[in-house]
Design a binder for this molecule. Structure first.
Ligand SMILES: [Fe+2]
Length: 922
């Protein structure tokens, strides 16, 4: 019986001629309401019973429609299986614009489809045939109307296919395979299958389906029903394994753009020694320089360096697994697409247009003009640019061919705020880098660097420098009362200063800035220490200690000192906090998730929105931002040692267990555990906008993760016995973060609490933490005098260079401008950070209600928990709004003070200085 049923099913796989399937007005199987479905199913059962002809099975799909299916007569009068029509609707996304090549290929595929080279589907049951002990398949059917719908306009086209299945015996479909026998890949958004008693079955695909000529195996998509590995129905167990094996690949060869393989490599592709010795860069990752792993591309080595991977230069993209890449023609709409255009077209034009004699800004008005009149580009370049970059098209309309920048938000309410000390201090708790301020616990501060190399570790700051600024407190009293805080960039810069300062036009110090917390709750800087490394190993370090100014000369020196602090802050922000701690740290977790957890794994489903486009943006960054002589090196003070500073932090400080917000605040001494407080934390700087709003979002994310994890992991045994979950975490640590795998601080993954902590941290980093560090880059950092990413001069010193000192005294204003980035560096930096600060129109924000709630998971309890999370996020947004209007909060409300909105979850597209996307996509 089972054999004959299987044979029968196979014999009726291909679509019958249309005349064999007469349609009545309700033949379309619109089973969208469960009740209707059940009714239809019961009807179908009744019709089955009524059938009187033993040789013909009547498979009814509605009251009005009945389809006769001929089956082979058997000698024995055993009841023949009832076959029902089940319909699949495939939503395919088309390119919005097709070029000539696409059009021709589209026609060829349509023709090929007519002669039988089709898109072919097959349903796979969750059950196994009990007698034959093999997976039940519906048999293959071809997608209809591909050719006929060739001319249909619109971004989405829905195609159908029909299966004839004995639904009672087949059980519930668990997977569908898709074979693309056309020449071209196509983007499959979703498949919905109707006609089974369990109701409509959703396959959320969102994937490129390659032609079988490129990838011989069929694609497999699982339904949106989450399954832990141990609960995988028998019919799809093997497929679950096979799909993961395919995604892991064999670790060999050069990856083609059509591949879907997720694998690891070190950062051995940042340099370009084939082009010149000065472009060689050390490999990041490995015992020598620990670093997270990146996505493997398998490109051949350099000619001159066997261990360095050869580069892919613009405009060719670096490999990322196919579904991680943007559709080429839609790229202009995506943030990464705009960034690519800026990097590949605008920046070369800036370089060509800005001549050596306009290296320095001639005055502050010169900078202001960038926002008013714009920057004159060389003739001939403009037209080329306007065609390529949407950003510049907008500029052209409004300013007749000049490259005009938007006025950064930081200037919008109070143009001169940046000159004030209170604003300088406010930025440490509500600016673009609010994550480095620490409580001062030892005075004077002490360096942890090796004294044999860097000399005596004590700071040159004494009590006498700051005693007058502490409201009558002694330093000890102020420390005891948690009134002193520090921004310490001494140890992070000092080991690199000899190399940085040897570069013409790059100058830096190790800096320390101590702040006093006023009774009003705001901070004020009370001392800045600028340190240079010893001339001889172990010799004394040279330090300059600056205190708040009391005359014109000390005012300008103080301004220059603050500029150096900001430059160091900008470097650590970009290289450590933004790039390393969010972008680079997440990459291994994303690679491991795709390699080790099935798309039907509930944890994969939870993480999926938080992994969107991260591999693509990181690949683009390696190609053009963090590479040798890329944007970061050319715009930030440390130049060629930028990424070594990033790696140095990874080796000495980074630990995942302290990347969650509460742990980070406690580590920095700015918060203490206190169960009586709303989030279990007492902030020592009460009005700390980043931490205040951050804790609100952290708690919201944590509650959501707790409810979600609780649905699948009621106890520790479930966590420990989940092989995919354990393999994911193990690989993230042991391969993705291999260089730190032996560190003692890695948390175990043994209990539901461990899992909640891990997932909350990753979701926090991908969403809120990245948003706080990313989307204010232009609004808060686009005015270079207030936050220069690069410094070109040390402070004037009559002992070191009396002539230079005289120049400073004669025109401090010009000296300040000459110490800042030049015109080219500034305009390049501004163009890039403007793009980095932009939300694309298709951004998906934290807690945003998903358009198709049922598509991501069929688990109703998970959907309910998500709805609750959405409501909590909206409440958090309202609370943030309220805080920004509260005059008691001087760090975000007051005369000309910018509100702190970087953690306000929603945002329109564009540069808005707010909005928390789900993932790191820019
Ligand atoms: Fe970013």
């Amino acid at each position: 019986m089972a054999t004959s049923r299987a044979e029968i099913m196979r014999s009726s796989l291909l679509p019958a001629p249309r005349s064999a399937f007469p349609r009545s007005r309700s033949v379309a199987i619109g089973f969208s309401v469960p009740g209707v479905l059940n009714r239809n199913h019961r009807q179908h059962q009744r019709m089955r019973r009524r059938s009187s002809n033993p040789g013909v099975v009547v498979a009814a799909i509605s009251e009005e429609a009945a389809v006769k299916v001929a089956v082979e007569k058997k000698a024995a009068p055993a009841p023949a299986p009832a076959k029902t029509k089940a319909r699949a609707a495939l939503t395919v996304r088309r390119k919005s614009k097709e070029d000539f090549k696409d059009t021709i290929a589209g026609h060829l595929d349509a023709l090929a489809d007519m002669i039988g080279r089709n898109i072919v589907l097959e349903l796979i049951s969750t059950d196994v045939d009990p007698k034959m002990k093999r997976v039940m398949r519906s048999g293959e059917v071809a997608v209809r109307d591909w050719c006929e719908k060739r001319g249909v306009k619109g971004e989405h086209v829905v195609y159908t296919a029909e299966f004839m299945v004995d639904v009672a015996a087949f059980g519930e479909p668990g997977a569908i395979t898709v074979a693309n026998r056309h020449q071209r890949e196509f983007f499959l958004e979703s498949i919905v299958v109707e006609g089974f008693p369990c109701g409509p079955i959703h396959f959320s695909c969102n994937s490129w389906v390659q032609s079988t000529k490129d990838l011989s195996s069929k694609r497999v998509f699982f339904t949106n029903k989450p399954y832990l590995p141990s609960e995988t129905p028998p019919g799809i167990r093997e497929l679950r394994q096979k799909e993961l094996k395919d995604l892991r690949g064999d670790g060999k060869g050069i990856r083609k753009s059509s591949d879907r393989i997720y694998d690891y490599a070190t950062y051995n592709d940042l340099g370009n020694p084939d082009k010149g010795f000065e472009l060689a860069r050390p490999t990041l990752g490995g015992e020598k320089i620990p670093y997270p792993r990146r996505c493997r591309t398998g490109r051949p080595p350099m000619d001159t360096h066997m261990l360095a991977e050869s580069r892919i230069e613009k405009p060719h993209p670096i490999y990322v697994p196919r579904d991680e890449a943007f559709e080429e023609l839609k790229q202009g709409a995506f943030s990464a697409g705009r960034l690519r255009a800026v990097l590949h077209s605008l920046i070369p034009s800036l370089i060509a247009s800005i001549s050596a004699d306009t290296q320095d800004f001639q005055g502050f008005h010169h900078i202001d003009n960038l926002y008013k009149e714009g920057l004159k580009l060389k003739l001939g370049l403009q037209e080329h640019l306007f065609k390529k970059i949407p950003l510049v098209q907008k500029i052209q309309e409004s300013s007749e061919g000049m490259l005009r920048y938007d006025t950064p938000k930081i200037l919008s309410k109070d143009k001169f705020a940046w000159l004030r000390d209170d604003e300088f201090a406010r930025q440490t708790v509500a600016g673009i880098n609010p994550v480095n301020i620490e409580r001062l616990k030892v005075f004077p501060p002490v360096s942890k660097l090796d004294p044999a190399v860097y000399g005596p570790p004590e700071s040159a700051i004494t009590e006498a420098h700051i005693a007058g600024h502490l409201n009558g407190l002694t330093v000890q009293q102020a420390m005891d009362e948690a009134k002193l805080f520090i921004l310490d960039y001494h140890d992070s810069y000092l080991p690199f200063l000899d190399r940085i300062n040897a570069i013409d036009g790059r100058k830096a110090y190790g800096t320390r800035t101590i702040f006093y917390l006023n009774p009003l709750g705001t901070l004020k800087p009370v001392v800045i220490e600028l340190t240079l490394p010893p001339v001889q190993p172990g010799g004394p370090r040279t330090s300059m200690v600056l205190t708040p100014p009391c005359d014109a000369t000390t005012h300008w020196l103080w301004m220059l000192g603050k500029a150096h602090v900001c430059s160091n802050d900008a470097g650590i922000h970009q290289l450590v906090n933004h790039w390393l701690r969010t972008h680079a740290n997440m990459e291994p977790f994303i690679l491991a998730a795709h390699r080790q957890m099935s798309t039907m794994h509930p944890v994969f489903k939870l993480l999926h929105p938080h992994m969107r486009y991260t591999l693509e943006i990181n690949a683009l960054a390696r190609q053009s931002l963090i590479n040798a002589e890329g944007v970061i090196e050319s715009c930030f003070t440390p130049g060629p040692v930028c990424m070594e500073i990033s790696a140095s932090y990874y080796r000495t400080h980074w630990r995942l267990d302290q990347e969650g917000l509460p742990a980070d605040l406690i580590r920095r001494g700015v918060a203490e555990e206190d169960p009586t407080q709303p989030h279990g934390l007492k902030l020592l700087i009460e009005d700390y906008p980043y931490a205040n709003d951050g804790m609100l979002l952290w708690s919201t994310i944590r509650s959501w993760v707790e409810s979600y994890v609780g649905l699948y992991y009621p106890d520790a045994a479930r966590v420990r016995s989940d092989p995919e979950l354990q393999a994911w975490y193990h690989e993230s640590v042991h391969v993705g973060h291999a260089d730190l795998r032996s560190a003692p601080w890695w948390s175990p993954l043994s209990t539901p609490d461990d899992l909640v902590a891990l997932l909350t941290t990753l979701i926090w980093l991908a969403s809120a933490q990245h948003a706080a560090l990313n989307f204010g880059q232009y609004p808060l950092g686009g005015y270079v005098p207030s936050r220069p990413p690069l410094m070109r001069r040390l402070l004037p010193d009559p002992a070191r260079d009396p002539v230079e000192y005289e120049t400073f005294l004669a025109n401090p204003h010009r000296f300040f401008l000459a110490a800042m980035p030049g015109v080219l560096e500034a305009t390049k930096f501004m163009a890039v950070v403007d793009t980095l600060s932009t939300h694309s129109p298709d951004e998906e924000y934290l807690g945003e209600e998903r358009q198709q709630a049922a598509a991501w998971t069929s688990d109703a309890a998970a959907q309910v928990a998500f709805k609750k999370f959405s409501a909590e996020v909206r409440r958090a947004e309202k609370e943030i709004e309220r805080r920004n209007a509260d005059p008691a909060r001087s760090n975000r409300c007051g005369a000309g003070v910018l509100p702190y909105e970087l953690l306000a979850p929603s945002s329109p597209p564009g540069v808005t200085c707010r909005g928390v996307p789900n993932s790191i996509s820019i």
